[in-house]
Design a protein around this ligand. Structure first.
Ligand SMILES: NC(=O)c1ccc[n+]([C@@H]2O[C@H](COP(=O)([O-])OP(=O)(O)OC[C@H]3O[C@@H](n4cnc5c(N)ncnc54)[C@H](O)[C@@H]3O)[C@@H](O)[C@H]2O)c1
Length: 420
């Protein structure tokens, strides 16, 4: 349903829908990127709208439509922010407004269908994490991209990869200045109380796609992979120690990287002293990031090994102008990729890598096996469901006794470690 329609303030020279082939992105030269926000809740209103508004100030974007199933909310949102068109129907918005870019800020189970609809309408997509509930969903989305025609592409929101700190450390690691990375720790130890999980859709595979590995730790794991490159194998445990949830509420994993580096990964919602942390010990220095929901230069430290020259230490510690990690930092790069007609960061294989690690973490934890990168493909139960149908973890499966391949439900919320 079209909720509201106001004259657009811009002098919009973009082609009308009937001037374009069905899914061809419209040329962007000499004009703003016309963006639509789908889902105007916490992240849509709190992060995507401000990021798009910031780039609008720089002449790069304009928000031309918003979509939400809540008709009153979308009408109010459009009126408050001067957005010309509000809809409750995504398909109708895509057909009538024909945006260049769609920000998907809805719950994860909607991401696949909404991303595919937008790509088929010729719009690039910037989709919130977690990208989609399963690897099969991700592969289905990737198949809809215009990889042969310079777009449209679907990029996942992983804003922690962006900003001056991540860029500086990625460069130091890539050029080998710090020597080989040897040992890493990746920690998302957060706290969520009983009231948080009282909301019916939380802690359920069908609605959240996973527990803290999927919903909370994905950002730090994605950044770890972005810094260290491809992983090769994982061994994991998962537990349901406190909350009345189908998914895990804590997981631990050991990860080997192709480079040979070894890492520990902890994802928890049971940790009163909350922190997000990545630490990488290299031959010549330790690099550490300590923050909670976003980082700036001051959150990074570099500790040189004994014998390092003052000049090297100073260069490693020079992060340049402070650009905090943020949605706007990622959006700026995405819009540049759109204008260049290039695959954006955090799409395709680059956007899939943390989802694959999470699927492997779950498979390892629920089957008591070492899982290698690339082994979860079509035909593997963990390709189509993060719980992989594992007894004690898949919805509706009976609790089984502890042992290899088991995960035990803990509906009473008693303190019982579950591992496979
Ligand atoms: N990148 C980050 O740091 C970060 C932080 C928080 C949330 N998120 C992610 O953002 C997404 C949304 O989370 P949120 O906290 O904003 O949720 P939310 O519940 O606050 O907002 C979701 C919005 O989507 C709307 N909606 C639901 N079904 C819809 C449909 N079919 N069509 C259009 N709109 C629909 C809802 O009415 C609501 O307004 C999730 O995937 C979440 O994991 C990312």
């Amino acid at each position: 349903m079209l909720i509201t329609s106001m004259p657009t303030p811009s002098n919009d020279p973009s082609p009308t829908p009937d001037q374009l082939p069905n899914n061809a992105p419209a040329p962007l030269a000499g004009r703003r990127v016309r963006a639509a926000i789908i889902g105007i809740g916490a992240i849509g209103g709190g992060s995507h709208l401000p990021a798009l508004a910031r780039l609008a100030e720089e002449g790069e974007t304009e928000v031309v439509a918003a979509v939400d199933i809540d008709a009153d909310a979308v009408a109010k949102f459009c009126a408050e922010h001067g957005i010309p068109h509000g809809y409750t129907d995504l398909d109708r918005m895509l057909a009538e407004v024909r945006p260049d870019l769609v920000s998907i800020c809805t719950p994860p189970t909607l991401h696949r269908d909404q991303t595919v609809a937008a790509l088929r309408a010729g719009a690039w997509v910037w989709c919130e994490k977690p990208p989609v509930p399963t690897l099969a969903d991700f592969d289905a989305v990737e198949a809809e991209e215009g990889a042969e025609t310079g777009g449209p592409y679907a990029s996942i929101v992983f804003q922690h990869r962006f900003g001056s700190g991540a860029r500086h450390v990625r460069k130091l690691l890539a050029e080998g200045s710090l020597g080989r990375p040897l040992v890493a720790h990746c920690q998302t130890t957060w706290y969520r109380d009983t009231a948080y999980y009282a909301v019916p859709w939380r802690g359920r595979w069908a609605t959240e796609g996973g527990g803290p590995a999927m919903g909370h730790g994905i950002h730090q794991m994605d950044l770890l992979l972005d810094l260290l490159g491809p992983w090769s194998e994982v061994r994991a445990m998962a537990g349901r120690l406190v909350h009345d949830v189908e998914t895990e509420d804590v997981s631990t994993a050991l990860v080997r990287f192709e480079s040979g580096a070894l890492a520990t990964v902890v994802n928890s919602v049971l940790s009163p002293d909350e922190v997000s942390r990545i630490r990488v010990d290299c031959e010549r220095a330790t690099v550490e990031l300590t923050h909670l929901y976003g980082h700036s230069n001051a959150d990074w430290s570099v500790t040189p090994a004994p014998g390092t020259s003052d000049a090297d230490a100073a260069a490693w510690r020079d992060f340049g102008e402070d650009v905090p990690s943020s949605h706007v930092a990622q959006l700026r790069e995405l819009v540049a990729s759109m204008r260049a007609g290039e695959r954006p960061c955090s799409s395709g294989a680059d956007g899939r890598m943390s989802l694959e690690l999470i699927a492997a973490l779950y498979k390892s934890a629920f089957t008591d096996a070492t899982v290698r990168r690339g082994e979860i493909g079509p035909g593997d139960p963990f390709h189509t469901a993060m719980h992989g149908g594992a007894p004690g973890w898949a919805p509706g499966t009976a609790q089984v006794s502890a042992g290899a391949g088991s995960g035990a439900a803990n509906p009473a919320g008693t303190s019982e470690e579950i591992s496979a």
